[in-house]
Design a protein around this ligand. Structure first.
Ligand SMILES: Nc1nc2c(c(=O)[nH]1)N[C@H]1C(S)=C(S)[C@@H](COP(=O)(O)OP(=O)(O)OC[C@H]3O[C@@H](n4cnc5c(=O)[nH]c(N)nc54)[C@H](O)[C@@H]3O)O[C@H]1N2
Ligand SMILES: Nc1nc2c(c(=O)[nH]1)N[C@H]1C(S)=C(S)[C@@H](COP(=O)(O)OP(=O)(O)OC[C@H]3O[C@@H](n4cnc5c(=O)[nH]c(N)nc54)[C@H](O)[C@@H]3O)O[C@H]1N2
Ligand SMILES: [Mo]
Length: 761
């Protein structure tokens, strides 16, 4: 690498920096002092469960069981700012479209149901009754197959269950979820190869594992409380090996902000013992390299009468091993080095950690799932783990780190476009109707439907769909062709500004707020990344007296739309969420028995996982070794001038919610309009630091996609890889660029070229 220095952050993750991150937000959003009480109970039994990530809530929590980003999420929700009808009177929707994501949400909490008035180009206040009956009338007039019921992974199990029930009673399985842009690859790949759509590890496994392999998950920013068990693991001798094109600080070193000694002495714990900067899309090859080393060591050991592979496990529990071995043998180190961007020596050293460890956990995130061959990334990771029986034993497992706080749970209780994943017979029996059995649309298919004009209505249970999906410009243009768009939200975002002919914006309670109904204050529940279910009670005064709970809004729309059914008692359910938990229990008796009785179990109650018990619900009845169809996960070839763009999250955002402009852990401050590039690539492209350039799409469809105004920023990345921020760069991700099997958009290796000069297009 040339000696041009790169932008970086030299401090550890956690530490004083994380406290400064929180206090900066505090200063700006300062809610009531009561927020401190909410934070003190955050993620603890009987308290409220953080709306940020899906990391688990342990049975024995820290004194303060929240992180920098969890605190930001709570403060953001409990802000004193209000986005009232008076605000909408002042600003036209067209004007607001010119505002940044940060400025829109920064207006604070929505307070009143609003109807979009096309004539004045403004949102105007309306009553709840008016909104529900207008939406009901529109839905009745539409073909159910033309309406999308989207959910962002935050809403509780109770609301989610009723949401899918409403969609199915109405007549559609069009239930895409934010998961379709996220860990859908996991749901499809793990279901295929181990028979469960979710991870097999639990929290306790992190106390007994000998090694952890990390692929494409940014713990320091996205699940910071995970750093505590990692720090503990390192201290007891567990070895952590990380594969990531970016040197993420949280995986290099941390200071526990809850330890006074560490804070005062500045003593940091190194996290990864080896850090391999794999090329974006290079993981299939990297994993192949690890497997090749394991196999070689096994063959050496066999000559001495020993074994590295768990042959007994392979024999009794797996299928496809021979074909897999043939492929590992046939793949050359040259091909592995070229596709992974890593040297044979580095891969062998990492492979040796795997060989020497008795118990290994495989952790991963968006770096593996958001790729054209994302499915094969995950299947390949499972291959590595199966070689030594590292699934279904204490201290082992495959561990996807889920995103939104209840995204996994939404799938568990039936938000799925795939009817075969839902116990339709039970729904039919419980509610006396014939559920639709045709496949619904996932996120990409819903977008395709909007482009084709077959989708006419959209209901959004949270989220910022239009900003989160690929091909922003194309999708925004198509969106306004819809007849009906309804958004249930806490804060204003861009998806609320691009409207169908009839459009409503319905404000809801946040999870930290008291949800009082006919039978008193209500509890809601969520499922964390380890399949543990937790009750959550909000205690803060609602941001406005005109808010309804998400569950009440769903029921309001349902009642106005569906014909009466004696088995479907919306009012009773709104009055007592415990009745909805009874329905969940009746629908999923094995996993949710005694739901109401167990929901406050410290650490949550575990709903079980067959693969963890080595019961494989796959086609063959065994865990599947598989052969990847390609060594590169990128899904496109290299070409002169073509780069692989990684769309990143900063430490100062939660998805499309932009708290601020400080990506502290990467040393990028003050702006998000950056193009991260390594100094060698900079020199080759004739660029200089601070120069403003654009990016254009280099996808095979040849379509024109362009983003300008990006500041060239030298950054430590592998050759041929660029970094920039999501959602600003979603303009460049083609809708057709997605994981082949699950259709998760492939946002981590997007083909682009650099266009010098800000105005080029
Ligand atoms: N503070 C905060 N927390 C969050 C979120 C947030 O936006 N902000 N979002 C939440 C949600 S919904 C989700 S899904 C999770 C997302 O959390 P993560 O799964 O961590 O997702 P990302 O940050 O998008 O990307 C993860 C990492 O993948 C790396 N990467 C990119 N390409 C590759 C590749 O080809 N191979 C490998 N091995 N690595 C690669 C990137 O450098 C990055 O470090 O976080 C959740 N938590
Ligand atoms: N290029 C690129 N694109 C990506 C990704 C990427 O890494 N790169 N990541 C993808 C991933 S992993 C995901 S999960 C999606 C995220 O997609 P979404 O889940 O659709 O988006 P969010 O940004 O999480 O949604 C934020 C909005 O949710 C609303 N909200 C907040 N709290 C609540 C609440 O309690 N109730 C309700 N009803 N609304 C609430 C607020 O109005 C806020 O503006 O984006 C995906 N898109
Ligand atoms: Mo996500």
């Amino acid at each position: 690498m040339s000696d041009q220095s790169t932008v970086e952050y030299k401090g550890p993750a956690g530490g004083w920096g994380s406290l400064r991150g929180i206090t900066r937000i505090f200063g700006d959003e300062w809610p009531t002092p009561a927020v401190l009480d909410t934070l003190a109970h955050q993620n603890k039994p009987g308290g409220f469960m953080c709306t940020s990530c899906a990391w688990t809530k342990p049975a024995n929590p820290n004194v303060l069981e929240f992180c920098e980003n969890g605190a930001k999420a709570t403060i953001w929700e409990l802000t004193h700012r209000r986005c009232t009808p008076a605000f909408f009177e002042k600003h036209t929707v067209t004007e607001l479209k010119g505002w940044s994501d940060h400025d829109l949400e920064h207006q604070g909490r929505l307070t009143h149901p609003m109807r979009f008035d096309r004539a004045s180009d403004r949102y105007v206040p309306c009553s709840w009754d008016e909104a529900f009956s207008a939406i009901g009338a529109e839905l009745k007039a539409l073909d159910p197959k033309s309406v999308i019921f989207y959910a962002s992974g935050r809403a509780s199990l109770e609301t989610s269950y009723l949401y899918q029930l409403m969609a199915r009673l109405y007549g559609t399985n069009n239930l895409p979820d934010s998961s379709n842009m996220c860990h859908e690859t996991t749901s499809v790949a793990l279901k295929t190869v181990i028979g469960e759509p979710v991870g097999t590890s639990v929290y306790a496994d992190f106390s007994t594992c000998d090694a952890i392999f990390f692929f494409g998950q940014n713990t320091g920013s996205n699940s910071p409380r995970f750093l505590h068990p990692l720090q503990e693991a390192v201290k007891r001798g567990c070895r952590i090996v990380t594969f990531n094109p970016v040197r993420e600080r949280g995986l290099e070193a941390m200071i526990n902000p809850q330890s006074p000694t560490e804070m005062l002495t500045g003593h940091e714990t190194p996290i990864s013992c080896q850090y391999l900067q794999v090329r974006a899309g290079g993981d299939i090859a990297a994993l192949m390299g690890l497997c090749k080393h394991v196999l070689q060591k096994h063959e050496e050991a066999q000559r001495e009468g020993r074994s590295v592979l768990d042959l007994d496990f392979i024999e009794r529990h797996t299928s496809g091993f021979d074909a897999f071995l043939d492929t590992v043998r046939a793949t050359s180190w040259e091909a592995i080095e070229e596709n992974s961007g890593l040297t044979r020596q580095a891969l062998q050293a990492a492979g040796q950690v795997y060989v020497e460890a008795e118990r290994v956990i495989g952790v991963y995130g968006m770096g593996l799932t958001q790729q054209v061959h994302g499915f094969d990334n995950i299947a390949m990771f499972v291959n590595l783990l199966l070689m030594k029986g590292n699934i279904g034993r204490d201290g082992t497992g495959i561990s996807p780190v889920r995103g939104h706080s209840n995204v996994q749970g939404q799938r568990t209780v039936g938000i799925s476009e795939k009817p075969e994943l839902v116990p339709m017979d039970r729904l039919a029996e419980l509610f006396g109707f014939e559920p639709p059995m045709d496949k619904g649309m996932n996120t990409v298919e819903a977008c395709e439907g909007m482009l084709e004009g077959t989708v006419k209505g959209f209901i959004g249970l949270g989220g910022n769909f239009l900003r989160a999906v690929p091909d922003t410009n194309v999708m925004e243009a198509a969106w306004t062709n819809m007849r009906l768009t309804v958004q249930i939200a806490t804060k204003l975002n861009r998806s609320h500004l691009v409207n169908g002919e009839v459009a409503y914006l319905l404000p809801c309670l946040g999870r930290s707020e008291e949800d009082a109904q006919a039978t008193g204050p209500q509890t809601v529940t969520m499922e964390d990344t380890f399949s543990c279910i937790h009750g959550s009670i909000g205690r803060r005064k609602p941001a406005s007296p005109d808010l309804l709970s998400e569950l009440a809004i769903v029921a309001g729309i349902a009642k106005a739309t569906l014909s009466p059914n004696p088995k479907v008692t919306w009012d009773a359910w709104v009055g007592d969420y415990g009745l909805v938990r009874d329905l969940i229990e009746q629908t999923y008796p094995d996993q949710f028995h005694d739901f109401n009785g167990r929901m406050f179990t410290p650490g949550g109650f575990y709903r079980g996982n067959s693969a963890r018990e080595r019961i494989w619900k796959t086609k063959s009845g065994r865990a599947e070794f598989s052969v990847p169809p390609a060594l590169s996960a990128a899904g496109f070839d290299d070409a002169p001038g073509r780069f692989r763009l990684i769309t990143l999250r900063s430490n100062d955002q939660f998805n499309t919610t932009i708290y601020g402009y400080s990506d502290r852990l990467r040393g990028i401050e003050g702006t998000r309009d950056v193009l991260l590039i390594n100094p060698d690539d900079m020199a080759r492209a004739g660029l200089s630091e601070g120069q403003v350039v654009g990016l254009s799409s280099d996808a095979e469809d040849g379509k024109n996609r362009f983003v300008g105004g990006l500041k060239v920023t030298p950054f430590d990345l592998p050759d041929g890889c660029l970094g920039g921020y999501y959602p600003e760069l979603n303009v460049l991700v083609p809708l057709s660029h997605h994981d082949i099997q699950s259709k998760t958009p492939a946002s981590k290796a997007v083909p682009v070229r650099i266009v010098p000069g800000p105005e080029a297009g």
